[in-house]
Design a protein around this ligand. Structure first.
Ligand SMILES: [Zn+2]
Length: 226
């Protein structure tokens, strides 16, 4: 996420929680013939490896017609999980591309799809923001990044574009840009902060599971009544 992002003050709690051990399970590669848009789990090694530059012929292998079809599939999955950014590698497509925005709270719904993006320059001014990532459900960490950045990229028509980004869109695009290099938000914070964030994430996940269970039970009851 990047997915999900909210602005926040730095967490000042000093408790230390044990980190959640990620199982180092190696999955087989995405089968191009049966490719469908779904998120890779956080322990998939592919999300930690830099991607190759995007070239249009790469899409054929995955049965994707063109850039536009890819962009629409990516946005659809991003919305399914409530994100505001998603990189191709997060769904197992090993090339340099991401989508960002398309949310009313971000730059009036500005929608960007960047192929082979490059950060040309960034502001000296930095901001601290809480970031989430669709690869890490319920996990949020505060990260300092430059406030503005100038990005050069190819759009969904293959045209070379430049975007001067600020605020949330700048943040999302910098997060997604990191994904292209196999860099994840969890690598950008101290172990202590990450441990705390994982502890919080576990609690939120438990809450969500309890809510889903209660919801199902309520639905069952109402079916019986009807
Ligand atoms: Zn992410």
């Amino acid at each position: 996420m990047s997915d999900k992002i909210e602005v926040t003050k730095e967490d000042t709690k000093a408790e230390v929680a044990p980190a959640v051990e990620e199982k180092a399970e190696i999955r087989k590669g995405v089968n191009p013939k049966t490719f469908h848009y779904e998120l890779l789990p956080p322990n998939d090694p592919r999300v930690r490896v830099p991607v190759a530059p995007f070239k249009d012929h790469m899409l054929e292998e995955y049965g994707i017609k063109d850039r536009k079809e890819l962009v629409s599939g990516m946005f659809e999955l991003m919305h399914k999980y409530g994100g505001i950014g998603l990189s191709a590698i997060q769904v197992g497509l090993p090339f340099n591309m991401f989508v960002a925005g398309d949310h009313k709270s971000v730059e009036n719904g500005l929608k960007l799809a960047m192929f082979n993006p490059v950060i040309m320059s960034s502001s000296k001014e930095e901001v601290l923001m809480k970031e989430g990532c669709l690869t890490f459900p319920f996990l949020f960490v505060s990260i300092t990044r430059p406030r503005k950045c100038l990005m050069k990229y190819e759009d969904e028509n293959g045209d070379l574009k430049e975007a001067q980004l600020d605020g949330m869109m700048s943040r999302v695009c910098q997060h997604e840009y990191d994904h292209q290099a196999g860099i994840l938000m969890v690598q950008k914070v101290s172990k202590m902060k990450l441990d705390m964030a994982y502890k919080k994430a576990e609690k939120e996940m438990d809450k969500w599971k309890r809510y889903q269970k209660a919801l199902k039970a309520a639905q069952k009851k109402s079916v019986i009544k009807n």
